[in-house]
Design a protein around this ligand. Structure first.
Ligand SMILES: *Cc1c(COP(=O)(O)O)cnc(C)c1O
Length: 220
């Protein structure tokens, strides 16, 4: 089987499962954006995915994202841990940032602005910051800062389900946090949640952006 066929087959399955999960909760599958997480995978895979109709790609490391985005024009997402010294570069190639959890980083983003960014605030669901994300109080302060920006857009919230916990519990907690959040920030309607192992549960809890890598491209 060629790499193209292999990716096509896996992508079809993921798309079908996304549609089925959406329908199971009375949602329109079109509400859900599939972001193909291409970290560690080569440019040739990204070209194949583009051929198959994928327009959104996600990377976790600034250097890799910068290189891939220069080679393949698309909508580029960053969902890795933000490092201060990489923000200037990040602002040049990314269009969507999923992992903002620190006000100092947003100040640097504003200083380094090249074009408007869609910004998700990452929430910690386990109280610790093992997988990144801020606590609920910090979240509201950060959201006010982003909302006040004349350039950047506050898209919504993002979370990674804590390891070893039931994803249904984690995503129902996230959905509750998001409902409260939207009351204060009514335009921040997007919810970035769901990876290869848990995107169906995430969609059933309102995810609008799923970040999926290994289910489409194989294990890394
Ligand atoms: C790697 C990664 C993904 C994709 O994970 P898969 O399990 O390969 O689907 C999604 N979100 C974040 C934050 C990641 O680091």
């Amino acid at each position: 089987m060629t790499r193209h066929n292999e990716i096509e087959q896996k992508l079809t399955e993921v798309r079908e499962r996304i549609a089925a999960s959406a329908k199971a909760t009375g949602r329109d599958p079109k509400e859900i954006l599939l972001i193909a997480v291409t970290k560690t995978f080569p440019l040739s895979d990204i070209e194949i995915l583009k051929d198959l109709g994928i327009s959104d790609f996600g990377e976790n490391r600034d250097a890799d994202g910068a290189q891939k985005a220069a080679a393949v024009p698309a909508n580029w997402h960053f969902q890795g841990q933000i490092q201060s010294n990489k923000i200037k570069s990040l602002c040049t190639w990314s269009h969507v940032v999923h992992s903002l959890d620190d006000a100092r980083h947003f100040a640097l983003i504003e200083k380094s602005t090249v074009h408007p960014l869609e910004i998700f605030l990452q929430v910690s669901l386990d109280g610790a910051d093992n997988r990144g994300g801020s606590d609920t109080e910090t979240l509201y302060t950060l959201a006010s800062l982003v909302q006040a920006s004349p350039v950047h857009h506050l898209a919504g919230l993002m979370a990674v389900a804590p390891l070893g916990k039931n994803p249904t519990d984690s995503f129902s907690k996230l959905a509750e946090i998001h409902r409260g959040f939207i009351r204060e920030f009514p335009r921040a309607t997007s919810l970035s949640a769901g990876m290869s192992g848990d995107y169906e549960e995430a969609i059933m809890h309102g995810a609008t952006h799923c970040r999926i890598g290994s289910s489409i491209l194989g294990s890394r």
